[in-house]
Design a protein around this ligand. Sequence first.
Ligand code: IMP
Length: 209
Amino acid sequence: MDSRVAPDDVDASESEVSGLAGHVEAYEKDIEHVLISEREIQDTLKRLGAQITEDYRGKDLVLVGVLKGAFMVMSDLSRHVRLPLEFDFMAVSSYGAATQTSGVVRILKDLDHEIEGRDVLLVEDIVDSGLTLKYLLRMLAERRPGSLEVFALLQKTDVQQVPLQIRYVGFEIPPVFVVGYGLDFAERFRNLPYVATLKPEAYRDVVGG
Ligand code: IMP
């Protein structure tokens, strides 16, 4: 099954929207559409986890998560990778309370361990302009890992500013701002089990527009 989401397919079904109340009732007024359901995410992670299991058999795999957004996908994906592996995390600055990329990447937390000679799979929540990923890949490559590949749960189409090789892509989405499944707006919505868009009022409430 092709898991990539075409713009025409992204409207939420009634049942998905009505299921919101049972999850975080306080968020319900802010959610516009469920773009990718919990079921779709979990099915895709299972499929890609099985592929990673095949690709990395016999390798020295280190999953490197980019905090905070990737914590949820890292957790679920890793349970589908049936191999010995290690975790490490980096934290980088992102948009703050705004929804536009600044192109400035600040390392807030570096890796705990050396990666020289190891097989690094960088796990990203979302690739938007690609600037964050480009910066991280250059930085990690300088540490001479045995291999360096990227997993991105979401990749926005038609917005990549830099050409990038992303080996595993969960879903391609239109260039809209999304929240949930680790992704935030002003630090909220990360605990939603699905990916959704927000109503315009939700942004105004936070940024005071
Ligand atoms: P890029 O450098 O423009 O590719 O942005 C990458 C980072 O920006 C991601 O790791 C997220 O932290 C954040 N980001 C980009 N798009 C979104 C979005 O739609 N929702 C929430 N965060 C986003």
